[in-house]
Design a protein around this ligand. Structure first.
Ligand code: ASP
Length: 343
């Protein structure tokens, strides 16, 4: 079969990559996408059919919201048959949340969805945006035997391709801004782009199924020595709350004080999901390893295993959006759905 020119859809949401400095205030603000492509004439040299969609009002990704994730998933769904791959330009601040959310929303993905951005605007001489964008497009277009090499939602940043739902932004000042502490890089870009074939997800043979029901009645209770009963109860008793992430110590450990365990148990008995995610960047929750987590397991706290905080938020929104029973939600959360956890 003759190799056809790959077609890529570039979706511009905003972020530093496309920002310009306001001469009056000095603030960085998103600017028009057409100006972005003008800054990278190299794009014309690609043997790739490049199309683009730009958000009418590009955003700083700190203004990201689940309704924008729905918009992005819908753009991909509507254009899925037309393109071989997708590149999303996005601010780095919440890129890991968006990548995680899209990974759950796009079930049975068989094409690449690569998010990228930059730490310096594209118009600045030392920008990291050009390399990030050019290589992200190359990865989205990469094929072997006429099939895409990458078939999952990823983040490409500073020479590394990571599974999106395994990442978090760990540095606001370095070009190397993302880490994937519990899963190896999917590819590294040097002179050549080296793919880690065994780490990549296998493409699904089923048709793409796009989920756009997300539920955000979620809270986070970060544990620290001295966390008060009053604050804990006020969070757990919030009207309409459906799930609470408890950010625990080490391997998923928490205080064994009776009031604390009782407060969690009362919430669980009312149908609130309590989701155990460790404060450690690396390693995993093992409920029952220490006495300080055995009680949590006994009362029905859901284990997050080695999920990132960002992915835990996205997975909860996705699972709650399904409106299934408490038992089914717990089962889904403790199942590896998109390569986000090692069970
Ligand atoms: N504040 C910016 C954003 O996330 C930072 C960046 O793009 O890297 O939109």
């Amino acid at each position: 079969m003759a190799k056809s020119t790959p077609s890529i859809l570039l979706i511009y949401t905003g972020g530093t990559i496309g920002m310009m400095q306001d001469v009056r205030t000095g603030e960085l603000k998103p600017f028009n996408f057409k100006a972005l492509t003008k800054q990278i004439p190299e794009l014309e040299k690609f043997d790739i059919e490049l199309s683009s969609i730009s958000f009418k009002h590009p955003i700083d990704s700190s203004n990201m919201h689940p309704r924008v994730w729905i918009e992005l998933a819908t753009i991909i769904k509507d254009n899925y048959a037309k393109y071989d791959g997708f590149v999303i330009l996005h601010g780095s601040d919440t890129m890991s949340y968006t990548a995680s959310a899209l990974s759950f929303m796009l079930e049975n993905l068989a094409k690449p969805v690569i998010l990228t951005g930059s730490q310096l605007p594209i118009g600045i001489i030392r920008t990291d945006g050009k390399e990030n964008l050019i290589t992200a497009i190359e990865i989205a277009a990469a094929q072997k035997n006429n099939k895409p090499i990458v078939t999952e939602v990823c983040i490409y940043f500073e020479y590394k391709l990571h599974r999106g739902n395994r990442t978090y932004k760990y540095n606001s000042a370095h070009f190397d801004a993302f880490k994937s502490p519990n899963y190896p890089a999917l590819a590294e870009a040097g002179v050549n782009i080296q793919y880690n074939q065994t780490a990549l997800l296998k493409p699904s043979k089923k048709a793409l199924s796009v989920h756009t029901q997300l539920e955000n009645d979620i809270a986070v209770l970060k544990l620290f020595p001295g966390l008060s009963k009053k604050i804990t109860l006020s969070i757990l008793n919030t009207a309409g709350i459906k799930a609470v992430i408890i950010e625990t110590f080490g391997a998923g450990n928490a205080s064994t004080e009776e009031w604390f365990i009782q407060a969690l148990k009362t919430a669980i008995d009312k149908g609130v999901i309590i989701y155990n995610v460790t404060q450690c960047a690396e390693g995993k929750v093992i409920q029952g390893m220490y006495e300080t987590s055995s009680q949590l397991k006994k009362i029905g706290v859901v284990s997050g295993f080695d999920i990132t905080f960002e992915s835990a938020i996205a997975k909860l929104m996705y699972v709650l959006g399904k409106k299934v029973s408490f038992a089914k939600s717990k089962q889904l959360l403790e199942t590896n759905l998109r390569g986000e956890i090692t069970v």
